[in-house]
Design a protein around this ligand. Sequence first.
Ligand SMILES: NC(=O)c1ccc[n+]([C@@H]2O[C@H](COP(=O)([O-])OP(=O)(O)OC[C@H]3O[C@@H](n4cnc5c(N)ncnc54)[C@H](OP(=O)(O)O)[C@@H]3O)[C@@H](O)[C@H]2O)c1
Length: 312
Amino acid sequence: LDHEVTETVDLHGAAQGSRTLSVVGAGRAGTALAVAAAARGWTVRAVSSRDPERARALADAVGARVARVPAEATRAASLTLLTVPDAQLSRVAATIAAAGLALPGRVVAHCSAGRGPEVLGAVRQSGAACGVLHPLQALAGRQSADLLEGSTFNIAGDNGALELLRQFVGDLGGAILEVPAASRALYHAAAVLAGNAPLALLERATSLLIEAGIPHDAAHAALAALLEGAARNARKAGPRRALTGPIARNDADTVRRHLDALADDPDARDLYLRMAYETLALAGRHGHEETAAVLESAAASTGEAEMSTMVA
Ligand SMILES: NC(=O)c1ccc[n+]([C@@H]2O[C@H](COP(=O)([O-])OP(=O)(O)OC[C@H]3O[C@@H](n4cnc5c(N)ncnc54)[C@H](OP(=O)(O)O)[C@@H]3O)[C@@H](O)[C@H]2O)c1
């Protein structure tokens, strides 16, 4: 560690006080978490990132200092979040360990959904505890900080890490979800389905409106507001009660017209059909038999017989 680093961050006793945070990786998640923590009574002590300009921008926003290397950030706070890309986690942990600092009482956690605490195992050499703190939320930087209140966080880690992670989540107004280590991939797959797949559907739907002659921005604004409304209703009432549209109403003629309108776009028609089956499964087959028959006949005509067995 060079001289300049120790000047940049005054570290003597710097980790005193349990609500102190450092962030390594000043990207989308790190920025949202640091801004939210600062607003909820945590002191953000240090920010380290590969790009010093980016580290400086976040540090200035949350009243923190810049640490030139991750180990210095770690020494400065009780909790350090490594919000770097997943592929960098073990490397950053190794650099923290290689600095040879004594970090008893510190917690180092990453924010990845798919990895366990063991990816940071190297930092245990310095006396720090390892953890995972995965916010189950779409974070796009500072403007996402307020989304964290009311979000769910998956936490895991060494015994010495869990209490502080729980305190952090509680202070941010989040809920805690503990997922068995063996089910981590299932948890992440669920997050991808709920958090990412709807955006792919939004993009597909937008292209249909553009095909109908609607300008891109107007198409996007209209459909994004619809998606937001559906998500908000589903959050309150559950997806089944929140479901609207022709399948919920068993309006089989309308569903048939949609499939006809998509006849020249086989990919979009297949997607519509696949999602219509999912929607029918949500609505329940009972009372929706006419719609089920339209879907089964459409699937049979395109050789997608396997779809027709899905809701049998
Ligand atoms: N974004 C989300 O919605 C979200 C939600 C939950 C969890 N997460 C998790 O949060 C982590 C980060 O994701 P993200 O979306 O925030 O990614 P991101 O926006 O790409 O940010 C990653 C940041 O880490 C910095 N960085 C990369 N390698 C580094 C290194 N070796 N040392 C120090 N800094 C390094 C990057 O470099 P520069 O300094 O060059 O910018 C960048 O600022 C991932 O584990 C992800 O799974 C993300």
